[in-house]
Design a protein around this ligand. Sequence first.
Ligand SMILES: CC(C)(COP(=O)(O)OP(=O)(O)OC[C@H]1O[C@@H](n2cnc3c(N)ncnc32)[C@H](O)[C@@H]1OP(=O)(O)O)[C@@H](O)C(=O)NCCC(=O)NCCS
Length: 149
Amino acid sequence: MTPQVAIRPCRVEECEAVLALWRRAGAIPSVTDTLEELTRLVRSEHGNGFLVAVRDGVVVGSVIGGWDGWRGGIYRLAVDPQARRRGIAKALVRAAESVLWRRGARRMSVLVERHEAHAVAFWDSLAEAGYQRDPRMMRYVKALGGDRS
Ligand SMILES: CC(C)(COP(=O)(O)OP(=O)(O)OC[C@H]1O[C@@H](n2cnc3c(N)ncnc32)[C@H](O)[C@@H]1OP(=O)(O)O)[C@@H](O)C(=O)NCCC(=O)NCCS
């Protein structure tokens, strides 16, 4: 990775920049891509899993390492198009794993949009680091709020 890139927990004042990064990076939009939700996460007990990669004071990468008490998960991995193929995403994943390991995670789970070629290529590149495709699984999703029936 480029030596002048620092990886550390996101600060409240950087949440706006993270949202802009996700738009620049072409991350698939989500209903939780709001300043309110990001600020809540940063301030929560899970805030130390929300990491940014910063170069010259600019947020060029992000990852959310989630911990539900059972599995570690990787969310919102994104790198600025201008900063790609320099190992930043790999370093973000390693850093998130370290945080999650310290919290008690012993297995990781990552959901990847199968048509996103660079995302699939990235995760396939981590096969030797232990990330294997799991063809047995399907994903069910529901947005909470409104009608919960
Ligand atoms: C996927 C993404 C995070 C990768 O970020 P990155 O910093 O460029 O990734 P790295 O430099 O750490 O790549 C590590 C390895 O992954 C593979 N890889 C990464 N991007 C690739 C691409 N576009 N095509 C082919 N292989 C790729 C390569 O093997 C690469 O090693 P190499 O550069 O030595 O060949 C970035 O492209 C991105 O933000 N995409 C949009 C958002 C997204 O899809 N996020 C993932 C959600 S699961």
